[in-house]
Each structure stands twice: as C-alpha cells, then as structure tokens.
Design a protein around this ligand. Structure first.
Ligand SMILES: Cc1ncc(COP(=O)(O)O)c(C=O)c1O
Length: 385
C-alpha cells in the first residue's frame, strides 16, 4: 500500500524547483498603496485588489470595532443555527435594495459563494456554459457539479450562441464575469444576456472586480451595462476592502439556496462585526464618486504613459493592467527585479493563466499617486533588458 508521506513528498519533489512552486511571504500590512514586509521594508504595492483603498478606512475600522463591542468577535455557528444576527440581516437588506434585487444572501467568501450557488443549482441533466477564462472558483464548482460543462470562447457571444443552439434536456446556466480577474477586460454583458434570454436560460455573473467600481454609486458592471442577471455574485475582498461575498437573486432562488446550498448550511457565517463593517464600506462605496474618479484617472495615466514600453499591454481599461511576458522564468525574474526596487508586482503563472502567458498582474488603486505610477513605469523600462 502507498505510504501517505512518500506520496506527498514525491508530488512536492515534482514541483519544487519549477516555476509552478508557490510560496507565501509574511507582510506586516498593506493598504492599496504600500505594502510593508515582515522586516519593515516598504514596497509600492501594485498587486492589491483594494482598488479604492477602503481596507484602511477609519470609519470602516471603527464600524468593525463597534460591531465587535456589540456582538463579540464570532457568529458562533451557521446562519441556520446561531449565526444570523440583525447585522447580517441589515446588510443583506441594504445590498438587495442597493442592487435592485429581492434578496441577498451572505457567504464567507467569493469562492464559497460560487461553489455554494453552482453546486446547489445544477442537476444531472443540466448544462453550464461558461466563459473559458472564468475564475477557478466558478470552473471548479462547474466541474464538480453533476451538470455538463461547456466553455465558450472568451467574451465571444457568437461562440456562446453556438453552444446554446445545441439541445439540452435540462436547464442551462450561462456563467461569466463582469471584469476578468487576470486580464482586466470587461464582458459584453448586454449581448451575453440577450443570448441567454432568447435561449430561455439563466445568466450568472460574478462581478468580483466590477462591484464598487462601475455604475451609478458603484453598483457594478451589470448595472453599468443595464443588465440584470438572474444570479449576481458580488465579493467584498476587492473594492469593499474586506472579505466575504453575497448572491443577489429573486425570493424563490434565495429560499432554494437556504434549503440546498451546503455552504450556507454547514459553514459558520461571517462574524457579525464584519457585517457591520461591510455596511459601513457599502456607504463609502455609494458615496465614493471621488475615489472612483481617482482610480479612473490613475488607469488613464498608466495606459497613456505605458504606451512606449516595449512590453505587451492588453486592451484592459480597468484597474487590472496585466503586462504579458510569456515565459514563466522571465516573468519571475522581472518581478524579482521590481522587488529589488521596492515595487511589489506579483508574477502570475500558468495554470492560473494560459500556458505561455505568464504576466505581471499590475493593479492600480485610488490611493496611488501619479508619481507612484511614474516610479513603476521607470522601473519597467529599466527592467526590460
Ligand atoms: C472573479 C473572482 N471570483 C471569485 C473570487 C474569489 O473571491 P474570494 O477571494 O472572496 O474568495 C475571486 C478572487 O480573486 C475572483 O477574482
């Protein structure tokens, strides 16, 4: 019989020394703009999803503290047992009202929300048709569900249409994202929604990177493209500056998830203090036009000034500005060179992205200054040798 330790060691040995080896570094803290390593070294941070810099906002921190005073630090159980407080209920109602849905249900993370929704919805004869660059949490849920999975060409409604024209005995769920996490491009949601609707299918949009950034009061990609998917996923680890997620849906679907989503039933709910802080973050986001403007100015500035770099920029006009390098080794070397100049830009490698498309995933935030961006561009120019 195979020994567990031998088996794990063999698999680690296969990966160690390759560019696929992943490791974590200890940081003291980071705030959209700076990251402080464990030795106190300060880096300009171009890898954070804290797009509006809310993770350090004093009113949100105060709300969390006040929530902890009122409710303690943990929820004590799943929402079906002890973990559904007035703080959770209020946040759900605020989210539903803000985004124009009957109901919102909180999950502890975006990963959990995507798993909890897809695995609860899909049955054996059903079909998922997902954009082929959808996030791992969507793809993994689809793969593990009993439904058939088909992947349409990235952001290509014609490819979606071709799949929709093929018959299916069960129900079909079309899945895409508002803003793609590794490429930063936006989905043509209007056309995708029209295709889904005309084929009588449901649309699920994960707007992890669009919520808080696009649309009136930061209502996200769907709102800004005048689309209302049957299932909308919003996450709180990016523009909200915290963590957690919610699914927005109609009353019947919400009741269904409460009965069938194992992630809701068998997992401790988020701390009530976090729900209080999320309500405060939502207020900041709704009133955050100035922050959104600062972010958009930074994106425009970066793209204009980056035009004469010898690197390949993508068409992204969002806070995610990947610089495609191709080779894993070269991408790691570039990331290391930037680090030596106190710039934090993580290399993103396959299998997170397609083979031969390793990239520096640069993210911009409202907290960056134009001088910060100049420093990054200068370093990128100097690194390309
Ligand atoms: C598009 C997308 N969906 C879901 C997630 C997972 O969200 P969370 O970090 O809250 O688990 C991510 C995380 O980066 C993401 O980019």
């Amino acid at each position: 019989m195979m020994n567990w330790s031998d088996s794990l060691s063999r698999r680690l040995a296969e990966r160690r020394g390759t560019s696929l080896w992943r490791s974590r570094q200890i940081h003291q803290c980071s705030n959209g703009r700076f990251l402080y390593a464990s030795d106190g070294q300060q880096y300009l941070n171009f890898s954070s999803n804290d797009y509006l810099g809310l993770s350090q906002h004093p009113e949100i921190i105060a709300a969390w503290q006040q929530g902890a005073e009122q409710y303690g630090v943990g929820s004590g159980g799943s929402g079906h047992v002890t973990g559904y407080t007035s703080a959770h209920h209020t946040l759900e109602q605020q989210l539903a009202e803000w985004l124009g849905y009957s109901r919102a249900l909180l999950f502890i993370s975006g990963y959990s929300a995507n798993q909890g929704v897809i695995t609860a919805l899909m049955e054996k004869e059903d079909r998922i048709i997902a954009d082929r660059l959808s996030h791992a949490s969507l793809m993994e849920a689809a793969i593990h569900s009993p439904a058939q999975l088909r992947r349409f060409l990235h952001n290509n409604p014609d490819s979606l249409k071709q799949y929709l024209e093929k018959s299916c005995t069960g129900k079909t769920l079309v899945v895409t994202e508002g803003v793609f996490s590794m490429d930063g491009d936006c989905a043509p949601l209007g056309e995708i929604a029209r295709q889904a609707q005309s084929a009588n299918c449901w649309l699920m949009v994960d707007d992890a990177h669009g919520i808080g950034i696009y649309g009136d009061e930061g209502r996200g990609s769907c709102w800004s493209q005048n689309v209302k998917p049957e299932i909308l996923i919003v996450t709180f680890g990016k523009a909200f500056g915290l963590s957690g997620a919610a699914v927005l849906c109609d009353a019947t679907s919400a009741e269904y998830f409460l009965q069938y989503s194992r992630h809701l039933i068998y997992s401790t709910s988020m701390p009530p203090a976090q729900a209080v802080a999320l309500s405060a973050a939502m207020r900041q986001i709704r009133e955050g036009d100035e922050l959104r403007q600062r972010l958009q100015n930074n994106i425009r500035y970066f793209r204009r000034e980056a035009q004469n770099l010898s690197f390949v920029l993508t068409d992204s006009e969002t806070a995610i500005q990947p610089v495609i390098i191709g080779s894993n080794e070269r991408c790691i070397t570039l990331s290391e060179r930037l680090k030596q100049q106190n710039l934090w830009v993580k290399a993103i490698l396959p299998p997170t992205v397609a083979p031969d498309s390793a990239r520096l995933r640069i993210t911009l935030t409202a907290n960056h200054t134009q001088r910060d961006i100049d420093v990054l561009l200068e370093a990128l120019r100097g690194s390309d040798s």
